[in-house]
Design a protein around this ligand. Structure first.
Ligand code: KIV
Length: 262
């Protein structure tokens, strides 16, 4: 899939969309060679690559740098970049500047969290020719307001608000929406109501597609085990063993051998 039309076609055809986050050139090369449909250079880069506690520390400069690296490694994939914390709340000029930077860095679309208070800005970005992905449910840039990573849309009022926001975003012109940490039945309802695809993370099996953080999917962090993550490999173990094996070989003077020497 190379375009937003690919997203729409997959929903129409009933084919599920697979997405992963990516932040670096080496991983991007692996993803580029895989069947994964699209890449998100998420603001989770602040946590996963830079060790911050939340995504609010992801700056435009940071995300732009990682988009450039990912684009070099995955030239064939559709790349979406996250708009950093508050940028789209600081007025149109600031939002458009961020979009300019991210698209020139190599993204084909931007993702913006939330809806209320910046629907006009989203509509303007879309009208300017830049595809926008929405993000509802648990929006991590508002983590301090949520008070933690809690499942959203549990009350009737919260479900109504989510449905209204999803509809409003679709009317503003977004091409797809991430639904994070909401009950599966609610994600199903949103997916059936909207004509655009929904991409779930912790939102059950009924969304049009799924997204996982690359490092979670390949099991790099043994201490991070939320219910919605499935680890498809245990790379923590593989890398840990490889490092200790190398260390042992160095100490025992088994590395480098003749074949690795000149
Ligand atoms: O930044 C990110 O990784 C995300 C995904 C969780 C959707 O926004």
């Amino acid at each position: 899939m190379k375009t937003v039309h690919g997203f729409h076609k997959m929903k129409r055809d009933g084919r599920k969309i697979s997405m992963v986050t990516c932040y670096d050139y080496t991983s991007a090369r692996i993803i580029n060679a895989s069947d994964i449909d699209a890449i998100l250079v998420g603001d989770s880069v602040a946590m996963v690559m830079h060790g911050y506690e939340t995504t609010v520390n992801a700056t435009l400069d940071m995300i732009g740098t990682h988009v450039r690296a990912v684009k070099k490694g995955a030239p064939d994939k559709f790349i979406i970049a996250d708009m950093p914390f508050l940028v789209h709340r600081k007025g149109l000029a600031e939002a458009l500047h961020a979009v300019d930077v991210l698209i020139k860095a190599g993204a084909a679309a931007v993702k913006i969290e939330g809806a209320r208070g910046h629907l006009d800005i989203i509509a303007h970005i879309v009208e300017s020719g830049v595809p926008v992905m929405g993000h509802l449910g648990l929006t991590p840039q508002s983590i301090h307001q949520f008070g933690g990573h809690k499942v959203q849309a549990k009350s009737n009022a919260a479900v109504d608000k989510l449905m209204e926001d999803a509809q409003a975003l679709q009317e503003a012109g977004i091409f797809a929406v991430v639904l994070e940490l909401i009950p599966a039945a609610i994600a199903k309802q949103v997916t059936e109501t909207l004509s655009i695809p929904t991409i779930g993370i912790g939102a059950g099996p009924h969304t049009s597609g799924q997204i996982l953080v690359f490092q979670d999917l390949i099991g790099m962090d043994i201490s991070f085990n939320p219910r919605f993550v499935r680890k498809y490999a245990n790379t923590y173990d593989i890398i840990h063993k490889a490092l200790n094996h190398y260390n042992e070989d160095v100490k025992k003077q088994l590395f480098p051998g003749k074949e690795e020497s000149f």
